[in-house]
Design a protein around this ligand. Structure first.
Ligand SMILES: *Cc1c(COP(=O)(O)O)cnc(C)c1O
Length: 231
């Protein structure tokens, strides 16, 4: 199957799960080269999501993402912010007040407003990034006071579960948090994006309220980690 065929198949599955709601498809393109990313863009994905700053910078220089918005979806480090602000259309993985502060400062310097999502550690896993659920509201309030940041919503990578059905409660908890915060109508926030669901569980995520899914292997095929050269 070609990348274009895979995108079409994923789209069809998204549509079936979305029942008329609009759901954005982000191609999670880690470990796929610029040529393959271009194929996904040509096939009409709504955005490209990159995990590693170095890959993002290299593929961006090769114009891999031309024609589609670029999202950063990986673990966010303070010293990499300068490569992302104003380059990524959406930084999906913001999970601390300190990162918000640094992004705001960088965006101010560049004279722009950076769109972000707050990443939530919805499974409260020790080894995972993301805000603990109880800290999300105060973090949205903190970000809302920053003039060069706009919070667009929430993102989560729930715990790995044996089946998509077992991930559902985490998706449902995210949806609840998302609806609660949206109802508060904070300044500088639009709370219109709920990014959750990957190749193994995006239909369940959509059924539980996701309007943005990040799909990698179902578009690009399985990743070959044996070829990995490190960060
Ligand atoms: C790799 C990745 C995805 C996509 O994973 P697949 O299982 O290949 O669809 C989604 N989100 C994040 C944050 C990722 O790192």
């Amino acid at each position: 199957m070609s990348i274009a065929e895979n995108v079409a198949a994923v789209r069809a599955r998204i549509e079936a799960a979305a029942k008329g709601r609009r759901v954005l498809l982000v191609a999670a393109s880690k470990m796929n080269d610029a040529a393959r990313v271009k194929e996904a863009v040509a096939a009409g994905v709504d955005a490209c999501g990159e995990n590693r700053v170095q890959e993002l910078v290299e593929k961006n220089a090769a114009h891999a993402y031309d024609g589609a918005p670029l999202h950063f979806i990986g673990h966010l480090q303070k010293n990499k912010i300068k490569y992302l602000v104003g380059v990524a259309d959406l930084i999906e993985s913001v999970d601390s007040a300190e990162l918000i502060e640094l992004i705001d400062r960088r965006a101010e310097k560049l004279g722009l407003t950076q769109d972000i999502l707050l990443e939530v550690n919805i499974g409260r896993e020790a080894a995972k990034s993301g805000l603990p659920p109880e800290e999300v509201i105060k973090t949205v309030e903190f970000a809302a006071a920053k003039p060069h940041i706009r919070v667009r919503g929430l993102m989560a990578v729930p715990p790995i579960c044996p089946s998509a059905e077992e991930v559902r409660p985490y998706f449902a908890a995210m949806r609840e948090l998302f609806v609660d915060i949206a109802a508060k109508k904070y300044d500088n926030t639009s709370m219109d994006l709920l990014s959750m669901g990957m190749s193994g569980d995006f239909e369940a995520a959509i059924e539980e309220g996701a309007n943005m899914v990040r799909v990698g292997s179902a578009i690009f095929g399985a990743r070959d980690y044996s070829k990995q050269t490190g960060r």
